[in-house]
Design a protein around this ligand. Structure first.
Ligand SMILES: NC(=O)c1ccc[n+]([C@@H]2O[C@H](COP(=O)([O-])OP(=O)(O)OC[C@H]3O[C@@H](n4cnc5c(N)ncnc54)[C@H](OP(=O)(O)O)[C@@H]3O)[C@@H](O)[C@H]2O)c1
Ligand SMILES: [Zn+2]
Ligand SMILES: [Zn+2]
Length: 363
């Protein structure tokens, strides 16, 4: 017989879960495994809210298994390490992103591309090696094999640093891989949300010239003044889009909903690259003529591997790159999700799990 979430493992745990695709989240008792020899256990202090959490609790991709404890931008302080752990010590600040397991023997794993391992295990709403469900960071503690633990440098603030673990690596990795992380490259960022605003910051740190392509004209001033973008296009303004045809070496598309990509292909120079990282729930229409006429490329990218995630965190700490955040308490979670669905956040919600989760135990 299947065990209850509270009885699967020896260590009691508490968090917030969605029980069904209404997406409503509420307090949830479950359990976590004891610390194994190569495991790191940590107290969760902050956890970012990614749009993927929202897709999952509403089962928008049709793959959610409930109950879902979301949260995959998880940071905290190490409370226990197994006897063979070498990477971190008790008291260190650490994080876990989307990945909590992989096969460790395929070609991808051997290159630390765990993000492309066919057996990659998500840190939430997935099935772990032992057959139990993985529960994410909207919870009091985490335990993970040290391979999936990221060390957080002391100068990186934990709250504003948390979103780097998913949003940050998801934009850093394709910028690097597609040769866009170079001075003078013209980079477009579509969708100025959690991922998009970090894409602007990383691209600027790499020395690129950055154009934001957005549906929200009211984000223009912030994009140019605060985030450092060089230009701003309103995607629904055909004159602006027309004037910028053929100007971009590459585009990172972070949009979470269905949208036309023909105008984006038009913005690319010949042989330019459109990299999709946003995951709309429905397929997009792919026009072929404009692609072949300009020898253009469309690619996809999924978070990043563990080695590259640590590299990204160290780069961010060195260049003072953090997310622009609104810190919220655990009991604000459902409101935060509703606001995220409406695009009402500048630019990432981060839950103060460490200070506010306990108070919700008896609500
Ligand atoms: N590939 C990966 O590894 C990976 C990792 C993390 C997240 N994701 C996915 O990436 C997407 C973005 O995540 P996020 O956390 O950055 O979300 P977010 O904060 O909600 O930002 C998404 C942005 O997309 C734009 N947008 C929303 N609806 C739109 C529409 N109907 N048409 C055009 N633009 C629209 C908005 O920007 P403007 O107001 O500027 O238009 C919005 O701020 C989600 O689908 C998420 O699941 C993928
Ligand atoms: Zn995410
Ligand atoms: Zn593998």
């Amino acid at each position: 017989m299947t065990k209850l979430p509270e009885e699967e493992h020896p260590i009691k745990a508490f968090g917030w879960a969605a029980r069904d695709q209404s997406g409503h989240l509420s307090p949830f008792n479950f359990s976590r495994r004891a610390t194994g020899v190569d495991d790191v256990r940590f107290k969760v202090l902050y956890c970012g809210i990614c749009h993927s959490d929202l897709h999952f609790i509403k089962n928008e991709w049709g793959i959610s298994k409930f109950p879902v404890v979301p949260g995959h931008e998880i940071v905290g302080e190490v409370t226990e390490v197994g006897s063979q752990v070498r990477k971190v010590n008790v008291g260190d600040k650490v994080g876990v992103g989307c990945i909590i397991g992989a096969c460790r023997s395929c070609d991808n794993c051997n290159k630390s591309l765990e993000n492309y391992c066919p057996k990659m295990i998500l840190s939430f709403a997935a099935t772990y090696h032992d057959g139990t469900t993985t529960y994410g960071g909207f919870s009091d503690t985490m335990v993970a094999n040290e391979r999936y633990i990221v060390h957080i440098p002391n100068n990186l603030p934990l709250d504003a640093g948390a979103p780097l673990l998913c949003a940050g690596i998801t934009v850093y990795s394709p910028l690097k891989y597609h040769g866009l992380a170079e001075p003078g490259k013209h980079v477009g960022v579509v969708g100025l949300g959690g991922l998009g605003h970090l894409a602007v910051k990383f691209a600027k740190a790499f020395g690129s010239i950055v154009t934001v392509i957005s549906t929200s004209p009211n984000k223009k001033e912030e994009a140019l003044k605060n985030l450092g973008a060089d230009s701003f296009l309103v995607s629904r303004d055909q004159d602006q889009m027309q004037a910028a045809q053929g100007t971009l070496d590459g585009i990172i598309d972070t949009v979470s909903a269905s949208h036309p990509i023909l105008p984006l292909i038009g913005l690319l120079k010949s042989q330019g690259k459109l990299v999709m990282v946003g995951v709309p729930d429905k397929p997009l229409e792919l026009p072929i003529f404009p692609l072949i006429q300009g020898g253009k490329n469309i690619a996809g990218s999924n978070i990043g591997g563990m080695k590259e995630t640590q590299e990204m965190i160290d780069f961010a700490a060195k260049h003072n790159i953090t997310a622009d955040i609104e810190v919220v308490s655990m009991d604000y979670l459902n409101t935060a999700m509703e606001r995220l669905a409406k695009g009402d956040v500048r630019y990432r919600f981060v839950i103060d799990v460490g200070n506010t989760l306990d108070a919700t135990k008896h609500t």
